[in-house]
Design a protein around this ligand. Sequence first.
Ligand SMILES: [Zn+2]
Length: 163
Amino acid sequence: MGIVKIPLDIEAALLADRIAADEIAETVARCERTRAKTFDPESGAYTGYKESGAITLWVCYKTFCGGAELLDYYFNRTNILGVSEPAADPDMELGPLLTPIRDKKPLCCKCDRPLEIRKALFSYMKRKYYAMAFACPSCGQVYESKEIVRYRAEKVEPLLEGK
Ligand SMILES: [Zn+2]
């Protein structure tokens, strides 16, 4: 992996969130090295994540010859433990957070397969819970949008803390 370009406005946001540019570069490099990332055919962007301690850091980026450019990032304190099984009804109606992902039809870069709605196991602090998520039916790579990651941080995590 070559250089990871970070636009100025995103750099300022990273500073405010106390996330080091190195952390972003490492996350992108890991996604590239392992191909544990998803591709949005509409925008041409890749999305993947890296867990460091309790933080799950997501990066959204485009690649060019010799490097990548960061388009967005987001994070929460929910870890992804795994994908258990297909949803009972894969054509089920999805909520407002998941429907846009179905419309985008993201692909798993490792397996070149479209993601499907699956039941995934998450953990926050020491509490585990299942939730629907888009994931690769072969390797289990999960895709979560910024809206979903924020939702977990703002609504689910406080609930699990009993707040
Ligand atoms: Zn896969």
